[in-house]
Design a protein around this ligand. Structure first.
Ligand code: AMP
Length: 284
């Protein structure tokens, strides 16, 4: 496995692999690997012949007062995980390598970034879309792998790729959870043991939503009220939002129909946690 620090070095290594007819897989990350990241890497290794993982804590997707500075950085452990998983190339650029002193070009995906996390993290998806566009231009993958855990991010990136005619495919992999249902996240490290127990109620609230849709309950207000009740059992949880939206447009819906995304964002102690489920109501 090679580690590249510069754009030039990534480009030449990927070009060499491509010239041998290899299919290039790419997993963009911010490091601090857990089993969620590993599942994406494994999917890439399975589907592609040459796998690139980027590790870059992207400053432009953090707002003022967010956790950019204290975001966990575990570079050596991350490299070991990549090595064991069969990654071919890790791209770990500096901020200076990725951004000039004054970045003037940004990618804004409209509408899809207005709801859910977009309401609470102004500029977040602009930072995410911009860094992904840059990484796609640098790595030039055939397939890039994202997690369903960040559902809005995956939808925004898919739309950017379609709208800007980028020549790659986006694959979205299922959310990896702990046995108690808590979606694994680098930010779970911020939690105490008690807070981790409370955090499991986030998924319990989503299961309640699934259960109610299965029981043919259509009124989203009714469902959200019950989800709120589930979350209220966890004393340390402060709800940021509970939303049920159309899975394609991400617009709020009053009645369950077709494919819907139920998404929750909470604050627990120092952490902001998000989770979601996709439900195809037509199947019930
Ligand atoms: P991050 O390092 O947090 O930017 O995440 C890198 C990628 O890993 C993103 O595509 C995330 O959606 C994905 N990811 C993070 N946590 C999970 C999880 N629990 N299950 C599946 N994918 C995940």
């Amino acid at each position: 496995m090679k580690v590249a620090r510069t754009i030039k070095s990534v480009r030449s290594k990927v070009a060499a692999a491509r010239s041998k007819g290899k299919k290039i897989g790419f997993v963009p990350t911010m490091g601090a690997f857990h089993i969620g990241h590993i599942s994406l890497i494994e999917a890439a290794v399975k589907k592609c012949d040459f796998v690139v993982v980027s590790i870059f804590v992207n400053p432009t997707q953090f707002g003022p007062g967010e956790d950019f500075k204290k975001y966990p950085r575990t570079f050596d452990a991350d490299l070991n995980i990549c090595r064991k998983a069969g990654v071919d190339l890790v791209f770990a650029p500096t901020k200076e390598q990725m951004y000039s002193e004054e970045n003037l070009t940004w990618v804004n995906v409209e509408k899809l970034t207005d709801s859910l996390c977009g309401q609470f993290r102004k500029g977040h998806f602009r930072g995410v879309a911009t860094v992904c566009a840059k990484l796609f231009n640098i790595v030039a993958p055939d397939i890039a792998f994202f997690g369903q855990k960040d559902a809005q991010q995956a939808i925004v990136i898919k739309r950017m790729v379609a709208d800007l005619n980028m020549p790659l495919k986006i694959v979205v992999c299922p959310t990896v959870r702990q046995p108690d249902g808590l979606a694994v996240s680098s930010r779970n490290q911020y939690l105490t043991e008690q807070q981790k127990k409370d955090a499991a109620y986030v998924y319990k609230s989503l299961q309640k939503c699934q259960e109610m849709i299965n029981a043919d309950i259509k009124d989203t207000r009714k469902i959200i009220t019950r989800m709120r009740k589930v979350l209220s059992q966890a004393p340390s949880i402060k709800i940021e939002y509970i939303s049920i939206v159309d899975a394609e447009t991400l617009q709020t819906i009053d009645h369950i129909a077709g494919k819907v995304l139920a998404a929750v964002a909470v604050r627990i102690g120092p952490a902001r946690l998000i989770d979601n489920i996709l439900v195809d109501s037509a199947k019930h």
